[in-house]
Design a protein. Structure first.
Length: 315
């Protein structure tokens, strides 16, 4: 019964994915329009979600342990991927990168909030923060080194703090510390600003689902290597997720089951969708391998998330 209830909450996301696929098939929306929608999500609606989430969150020192451990786990899996790559016989410099990091921005927040509600989004944001830091400071420089050589650390640092998602998180933390939300809530006119942010934040899940459905397709080429890549990825992250959620989040920190669900949701997500942006000189075969791995990873996520929702039902 729990699994049926979880599936019913994920079903709107699946239907929106189907709508996106239909919009693509019928050419109702042009690819350029989808890119503009993605820009709207990344720069406006998702930052609104994160600002409100962190501005209303009750922080605990133990959250820093979660951030540090997720970052460390991402780093270890990257090195593990390099070690086991000869055993997989996958001849691609991008194999280790596809094992680590998560697409939280365009998938994670949408599916998590669909089941657990926006009031718990900050819990997902906490577990996401470690991997976001990893992607900016480790994964992206690794990909750039493969394609065009290293770039200055200062450039990476500047880009990190110019990202709307990071600015929203920092702004939310500052607003939390000064009690901004509570102060605005006492003034009817000022409170309308919060209401506006909530309306904008509410756009995130439906827009993201439509975009994913529009863009999710497998390119022609062998699926055996992408399937093996996603299988190895899950073999790494699922045991880590179970141990981490049970021993660290549950026992050590004593956090609620929704926090455990947030961690497992993160660990079943596909690799970051930004990877193709940092392989401009890759061959067509390599790009097909990367894109098919991302698409298969997305399909696996949608199936696995129903199981997570069943294990940790929303209150």
């Amino acid at each position: 019964m729990l699994y049926i209830d979880a599936l019913s909450k994920v079903l709107p996301v699946l239907l929106l994915l189907l709508l996106g696929a239909v919009l693509n098939r019928t050419q109702f929306l042009l690819p350029g329009t989808i890119q503009e929608i993605k820009k709207l999500v990344i720069n406006i609606s998702l930052p609104a979600v994160l600002f409100l989430a962190f501005a209303r969150a009750a922080f605990q020192p133990g959250y820093l342990i979660i951030v540090a451990l997720v970052f460390t786990a991402c780093l270890l899996v990257l090195f593990f991927g390099r070690l086991i790559q000869p055993l997989t016989r996958i001849q691609s410099p991008y194999f280790p990168a596809l094992l680590t990091g998560f697409e939280a921005g365009m998938i994670g927040y949408a599916i998590f909030s669909a089941v657990y509600g926006t009031e718990h989004v900050f819990k997902f944001a906490i577990v996401d923060l470690g991997q976001v830091t990893f992607v900016f400071f480790v994964l992206v420089p690794v990909l750039e080194r493969i394609s065009a050589g290293p770039r200055p650390f200062s450039t990476t640092l500047i880009n990190f703090f110019r990202t709307p998602v990071i600015l929203a998180i920092l702004g939310g933390i500052i607003a939390n510390q000064v009690g901004l939300v509570a102060r605005l809530g006492t003034q009817p006119v000022a409170n309308s600003l919060l209401v506006t942010l909530e309306v904008i934040a509410g756009l995130t899940m439906p827009l993201v689902a439509v975009v994913i459905g529009y863009e999710m397709r497998l390119q022609r080429g062998s699926l055996s290597k992408p399937a093996l890549t996603i299988a190895v990825r899950l073999a790494c992250w699922l045991p880590l997720g179970v141990l981490f959620s049970t021993l660290v989040i549950g026992r050590l920190l004593g956090l609620d089951p929704v926090f455990q669900a947030a961690l497992l949701t993160l660990f079943i997500l596909p690799p970051p969708f930004v990877i193709p942006l940092f392989i401009p000189d890759a061959s067509e075969d390599q790009r097909t391998y990367v894109v098919n791995s991302l698409s298969l990873g997305t399909l696996v996520t949608l199936i696995a998330f129903a199981i997570v929702g069943g294990l940790y039902p929303a209150g």
